[in-house]
Each structure stands twice: as structure tokens, then as C-alpha cells.
Ligand binder design. Structure first.
Ligand SMILES: Nc1ncnc2c1ncn2[C@@H]1O[C@H](COP(=O)(O)OP(=O)(O)OP(=O)(O)O)[C@@H](O)[C@H]1O
Length: 635
């Protein structure tokens, strides 16, 4: 019907002319005319017209046709620069403006024209307009014999960047083959070289009979353009793997690995680095980038399987040391040292320092007393009691096992970006740091900022309740049997023994805070982090680190260290040194778990950083183990 009606176009309207060359007569114009005509039929109530009328009137169809018109118009336009010397023109204009009497508008225009980003834009424009592209590729040799039909000539311009390919010698034939093409490197971007291609010549030099090292030497000596003659691999590999992101749970230094196929192509990484794995085709060597440097070309890293094997070999090559992990080397020796120190401090303290037994215990346990208000969960750090308990021996054993297994555990942990939804529970905030660094101080300050939003978990104890205490406020008071059952059923995130009583924080106590819609903030010993790393709690681990010795001496001038004998002592140099050493060891051994690091120098700054980190943890996407997101299983 519309076709037959086309003949009824009003005179003077050329609907058959090119829609592209005359935009005013484009498709949307045609549509307008059709609608005008349909209008006539519509008023006569012709069947089905109403439907068609609505369809043609629909805004989306109108918009679509407009887009089509624009594209058609653009397609037929030959874009040419108005000037290929825009930058020179700009200088001229600036000169003229200088000579002109100055007004605010002229000054502003001069500033805009002279601004570096504007100059850079004009320079880029002129480069494109003049087609001034460097470097120029040399012409292909024209005397290629017919017998070399299966060959490919590849010219690459090196431009001070590595080629991004490795070579090897075929064990049987002795041929020099391209072993792998590095993602993002020059060779890959050219799309002309593939793993498996056989090298015949490099810059006109035959590689027959040469060692890979000799070929590499020729390549290294080459500047500018390199010409390869290759026999292409019959079946070029296709990388159809999806990108995987992992957290490095160990460190890797290619320079120290004699087994890496090409040391220069290796990607060094440290514990905790997030890596984007772009190629897992090789069972032994993967290709990866650091997410902090995604623009760079990929590097070689050992595959999961290979790195595990390396870890095992390294482990067995070490002389037997019964206590090589953090807790035993540092804390066991600290246990003895501390006992000595505490004795010294005890001798140093005068008698007036000792108060009545009950008051002393309160003071010892609750740092929160004497503050603006009482905050549950602020019994003094368990770190002191852990050092002196028989439980610590047991825990040391458990920790040794877990520490050993973690050093031999999966070297990469698959991670994904996780953004907490408003309906999800808050992530548990865990503060970790060497004793005395200010973990409790920062935790308390954070909670005091907004006690309705931030809260500690109420710990459990086996000691009896005092007259002024309330069950569930200072502690959950439980029997020794109940405590042990929680412990052995892995319901305690941390625990310790002090003066014959057990103390600890349970998963349920944390859950209770989270279920109230609050953010639970707790401190943990680094070796307890693994226990808290579950799908349910999704802990965000913040490492509180001491600053350097001179800064610490200044900032801790009036601070008090809390000792086992509840004598608040000033920090001595050796306390600060011990803190620094311990922080370093914690970072070396557990750095892979730290989501954020805060240097606690100026307390106010550190507290502001803590608040910002905690908000980011709850509101912004973060890397978390893939198992926390993809399934309901705990890891
Ligand atoms: N940035 C800082 N500047 C000055 N003093 C600080 C700073 N951070 C903490 N302090 C003080 O240092 C002392 C020890 O801090 P805190 O009790 O928080 O340490 P901790 O890391 O919890 O160690 P522990 O668990 O062994 O008690 C406290 O007196 C605290 O007020």
C-alpha cells in the first residue's frame, strides 16, 4: 500500500533522491511525508492504518532513522583536514593576540591556546593530518624465489621495546622455532608471528645450525627494523581462554629461577599482588600481568602446578628447623625475653603501682574503663596472655602445621571483584599489627566515632562474673567445657589463656554484631586470619604498621606500653625496635592476606585513614577469593 502510494508524493518533493547526499531529504524526511499521507487515510478510518500510524510515529523508529541518516551522510563524506598546520596557525594567532590591546577575553583565549594539553592536541592533529607516521617499513624484497612460497616475510620495528617472543630449538630437527608469543608484546600486536613458526632468516642471516642464544644475540644487536623469514606453523594456536585473576600467595623472582625459559620475559611478583592471567596454554609457564600495570606486556610466571613443585623442592632443601615460622621464631623467643622484661619491669615498678587484686584485674582487662564510655570487647589484648599459656604451646603446634601447609599451599588464589550490596551483611573488619603499635587505640577511636555503626564482638571467658558485670556485656561467661567445645569445633576466631582462664572471640559473637546491621571491628593475631577468612564473614584485613624508628620515638614520647603486670611503662628504644622487627616479619609471612596497610605515625591521620579504608571496604569493589562469591561454601 505504501509502495503504491509513493506515486502520490506532493509535487516538488523528491523522495527517490540520495538520502545521504541531501540530509534534509533523508529517510526521516521520507518518513515525515509518509506520515502526512497516512494522516489523510487515518481521517478516513481505513482498516489497520491506526496500527501503522502508531508504529511510524514511535519515537524509537524516528530516532533510529535519524541515526541511519547521519551514518549514511558520514560514510560518503571524505574527511580532510581544514589545515595540516594547526599548531603553526595557533602560534600566529597567539602572536596577534599579544599585539592586540589586552582584555580579559583575549587573555583567556591566549591562555587556552598556549595551554600544554591544547598544544598537544594540535600537535597530534597535525601528525595525523600530515600522515607523518614513523617509522616507515622498508619495501619487501622482490626477488623471492618461487620455491619459498610457503614462507612469510615479517618486518617488525623494534623501537626500543622487546620483541615479546621467545624461541627454542626443536629437539629432533634442530630447527629454531618461535616458542611463545608474549601477550601485549610487539610480536603479538603485529599479528604476524605465532608460536610454532619456524625461523629461517633474521635480517638476511640464515639461522640454520645456530643456537637459540646466537639468534637472540643477532636480535639484540638489531636496531629499528628486523626482518624475519619464517615458515608459518600450519595450525596457529588460538587463545580462547577466559581471563582469570589471582592473588599471589607467595613471591617469585625470575632472576633467581634458573629453570625459567627466558629470564627477561619473567614477571616478578610479591605476596598479595593481584595478577591477571592471560594465557594458560602451557602447563608449566603461564603469562600474566599485574593489575597495577595492565597496559604493559605480559610476563612469564610458573603455573600453579609448577610453583607448588618449586615450593615443595625449596621446603625439602631447607635444613630442618623445628620452629621456623613467625610465632615460634619471634614469639617463642619473645616469650622468654618478655618474661625477663616483665620481671625487670616488675622490679622497676614501685609498690604503689600495685592496686588491690580486683581493681588491678579490671584495669588489666578493660582498656575501655576510664574512657568516655564503656565499649564491650575491649579487654586488654590477648597477645599478652597468649605468650604465657600452655594453650600457646598447643596453638603454636597448630599454627606451625597451618603455617607450614600455607607455605606449601596453593600459590595462587583465584579472586574476583566483590561489591557488597546494601542488603548484604557488612564485611568483618580485622586489624592486625605487632603488639603496642596501636591496634586497640585505633579500634577504639573508630568505634567512638560512631558507636551506632561500629562495634566490637563480646568475647567469651571461663572466669567467673564479677558483681558489677553483666553476662553478654563485658563477656559471655561460659564453663571451661563449653569454651573447649567451641574451640575444638572451630567456633572461636581467636582464643588464649590467662591466669588459668580462657578468653576468646567466637564466630557467633561476630555474627551477632553483623546481624544488627553494624560493622564488626576486631583485632586478630596474623596466624588467626585464615580461620576468619570465610564466605560468611568476608573479612577485610588491615595491617597496622609502625613507622620508622625516629618517627616512632617522636610520636610515642608520651605513649604507654601495657605490660603483663599492668604497669604502664613508657616505650623504650628496644620496644620500638622489637615492634619494627615483628611488623617486618608479619608482612613477610602474612602480607598476602593484607587488604590495606596503615602506617600508624600520627594518630589522627591513622584514624582518618582507617575510617576511609573501612568505608571503602564496605562500599567499593574489592578483590576477594572467588569461593566467597561463586558458591556458598566456606574456604
Ligand atoms: N599514633 C600514635 N601516637 C601516639 N601514641 C599512640 C599511637 N598509637 C597508639 N598509641 C599509644 O600506644 C600505646 C599502645 O597502643 P595500643 O594499646 O593500642 O597497642 P596495641 O597494638 O593494641 O598493642 P597490645 O595489643 O599489645 O595492647 C597506647 O598508649 C596508645 O595510646
Amino acid at each position: 500500500m505504501i509502495q503504491s502510494d509513493k506515486g502520490a508524493d506532493p509535487p516538488g518533493t523528491d523522495v527517490k533522491c540520495s538520502t545521504a547526499s541531501r540530509p534534509e531529504n533523508g529517510l526521516s524526511q521520507i518518513l515525515r511525508l509518509v506520515l502526512q499521507e497516512l494522516n489523510l487515510f487515518y481521517s478516513r478510518d481505513v482498516n489497520g492504518l491506526c496500527l501503522l500510524y502508531n508504529l511510524l510515529h514511535s519515537p524509537w523508529l524516528q530516532a533510529l532513522l535519524k541515526v541511519y541518516d547521519c551514518l549514511q551522510e558520514f560514510k560518503e563524506k571524505q574527511l580532510a583536514p581544514a589545515s595540516s598546520h594547526a599548531q603553526a596557525l595557533c602560534y600566529e594567532v597567539v602572536e596577534i593576540l599579544h599585539a592586540t590591546s589586552s582584555s580579559p577575553e583575549i587573555q583567556e583565549l591566549r591562555q587556552i591556546l598556549q595551554a600544554p594539553h591544547f598544544q598537544a592536541l594540535l600537535s597530534a592533529h597535525d601528525t595525523v593530518a600530515q600522515k607523518d607516521f614513523e617509522p616507515l617499513l622498508p619495501p619487501l624484497p622482490d626477488n623471492i624465489p618461487e620455491s619459498e612460497e610457503a614462507m612469510r616475510i615479517v618486518c617488525l620495528v623494534k623501537n626500543q621495546q622487546p620483541l615479546g617472543a621467545t624461541i627454542k630449538r626443536h629437539e629432533m630437527t634442530g630447527d629454531i622455532l618461535v616458542a611463545r608469543i608474549i601477550h601485549g608484546g610487539l610480536a603479538e600486536r603485529s599479528g604476524l608471528l605465532y608460536a610454532g613458526d619456524k625461523l629461517v632468516e633474521v635480517n638476511g642471516v640464515s639461522v640454520e645450525g645456530l643456537d637459540p642464544e646466537q639468534v637472540i644475540h643477532i636480535l639484540a644487536m638489531s636496531r629499528g627494523t628486523i626482518m624475519f623469514k619464517v615458515v608459518p606453523v600450519s595450525d596457529p594456536p588460538v587463545n580462547s581462554q577466559k581471563m582469570v585473576y589471582v592473588r599471589a600467595m607467595t613471591e617469585y623472582w625470575p632472576q633467581e629461577d634458573p629453570t625459567i625459559p627466558c629470564m627477561d620475559a619473567g614477571l616478578p611478583f610479591q605476596k598479595g599482588d593481584i595478577l591477571q592471567i592471560v594465557d594458560q596454554n602451557d602447563a608449566l609457564w603461564w603469562q600474566a600481568r599485574k593489575i597495577s600495570d595492565l597496559g604493559s606486556c605480559a610476563g612469564l610466571i610458573p603455573s600453579n602446578h609448577l610453583l607448588k613443585r618449586k615450593q615443595r623442592e625449596f621446603w625439602w632443601s631447607q635444613p630442618y628447623q623445628p620452629d621456623t615460622h613467625l610465632k615460634s621464631t619471634i614469639l617463642t623467643s619473645m616469650e622468654e625475653e618478655d618474661d625477663m622484661k616483665i620481671d625487670e619491669k616488675c622490679v622497676e615498678a614501685d609498690e604503689e603501682t600495685f592496686e588491690s587484686e580486683e581493681l588491678s584485674e579490671d584495669k588489666e582487662e578493660f582498656v575501655g574503663y576510664g574512657q568516655k564510655f564503656f565499649i564491650a570487647g575491649f579487654r586488654r589484648s590477648l597477645r599478652l596472655c597468649r605468650r604465657k599459656s600452655h594453650l600457646s604451646q598447643l596453638r603454636a603446634g597448630v599454627r606451625c602445621a597451618s603455617s607450614c601447609s600455607s607455605s606449601l599451599g596453593a600459590p595462587y588464589e583465584e579472586v574476583v571483584r566483590y561489591q557488597r550490596r546494601p542488603s548484604d551483611s557488612h564485611r568483618l573488619i580485622v586489624l592486625v599489627g605487632p603488639s603496642g603499635v596501636g591496634v586497640n587505640e585505633l579500634r577504639r577511636q573508630l568505634i567512638e566515632l560512631n558507636p551506632n555503626h561500629f562495634q566490637s564482638a563480646v568475647p567469651h571467658t571461663t572466669r567467673s562474673k564479677k558483681s558489677y558485670e553483666m553476662d553478654g556485656r563485658e563477656y559471655h561467661y561460659v564453663s571451661k567445657e563449653t569454651f573447649e567445645s567451641l574451640m575444638y569445633n572451630h567456633r572461636m576466631l581467636e582464643y588464649g589463656e590467662y591466669k588459668g582462664h580462657f578468653y576468646g572471640t567466637s564466630v557467633d559473637a561476630v555474627r551477632a554484631v553483623l546481624e544488627e546491621g553494624k560493622v564488626c571491628v576486631m583485632d586478630l593475631e596474623p596466624q588467626d586470619i585464615q580461620v576468619a577468612r570465610t564466605h560468611e564473614l568476608k573479612p577485610y584485613i588491615i595491617f597496622i604498621k609502625p613507622s620508622n624508628m625516629s618517627c616512632m620515638k617522636r610520636s610515642r614520647k608520651n605513649a604507654k606500653i601495657i605490660t603483663d603486670y599492668f604497669v604502664d611503662m613508657k616505650f623504650k628504644d628496644e620496644d620500638l625496635q622489637e615492634m619494627e622487627d615483628l611488623a617486618q616479619k608479619m608482612e613477610t609471612q602474612f602480607g598476602q592476606f593484607f587488604d590495606h596497610v596503615i602506617i600508624n605515625d600520627n594518630l589522627q591521620d591513622a584514624c582518618a585513614q582507617l575510617l576511609s579504608a573501612v568505608q571503602k571496604a564496605q562500599e567499593e569493589p574489592q578483590w576477594v577469593p572467588a569461593t566467597w562469591v561463586s558458591s556458598g561454601t566456606e574456604s
